[in-house]
Design a protein. Structure first.
Length: 216
């Protein structure tokens, strides 16, 4: 709104300056001799034509600004509408740590937490799994067993408990909803477990940390 007010004031000032400049060019003798014979009726006619010309330009610019604003509003509404039908998959799960082979045998739960049913989702992750999920309704879950070869990255002590934490991982999921719209989802996730007093890792948990979905 502030930009519009500035534009209107600037346009009015420029129009007045242009009119005065033209009037001076014709009024002062010696610059443009053709203006020496103009009387009041001529200037009134010129003023009317000038105002009509300036008004036409002003209305054209206003129409252009309003069209751009309408297009921006339409794009925002379209994005809001698309977001209402955007499928989102979250991951969670538990598994057991295989000390002999230093790997985690994990049951990963994929849940559709979005607002649209999923017709197909292709999960790609070299260290975790490569699977396809077919038709995942809203709030529906799908469990996939996977075997992960990972070495513990570090240990954290929280309130007296020792947590074994693995490095952050990223999973890419190609999703298609029931309307045929395709999305790409990237999930940053982490493995975490509590280490017992004898140094054993019993249950390993996986949970998502950040989810980013965009339309293809």
């Amino acid at each position: 709104m502030k930009k519009k007010s500035i534009f209107v004031i600037t346009f009015v000032i420029i129009s007045i300056i242009v009119y005065i400049a033209i009037w001076l060019l014709f009024k002062i003798d010696g610059n443009i001799p053709a203006g020496s014979g103009l009387d009041k009726s001529d200037w009134l006619g010129f003023l009317g034509g000038f105002l009509a010309f300036a008004g036409t330009i002003f209305l054209g610019i206003v129409a252009l600004i309003q069209t751009e604003e309408a297009n921006d509003a339409s794009d925002r509404l379209l994005k809001i509408e698309e977001a209402q039908y955007m499928p989102i998959i979250s991951i969670s799960g538990q598994g057991a740590y295989d000390f002999e082979n230093e790997r985690v045998i994990m049951n990963i739960v994929f849940k559709n937490i979005g607002k649209s049913d999923i017709s197909k989702a292709y999960i790609t992750n070299d260290s975790l799994c490569k699977n396809e999920i077919y038709y995942l309704e809203i709030n529906q879950k799908e469990t996939i067993e996977s075997c992960v070869n990972l070495h513990p990255a570090k240990r954290e002590i929280v309130r007296g408990d020792t947590y074994v934490v693995w490095e952050n991982q990223t999973m890419c999921i190609e999703i298609e909803n029931v309307y045929g719209t395709k999305y790409t989802e990237n999930i940053d996730y982490r493995f975490k477990a509590i280490e017992s007093s004898n140094g054993k890792i019993n249950v390993v948990n996986i949970y998502d940390m950040m989810i980013h979905v965009e339309k293809q």
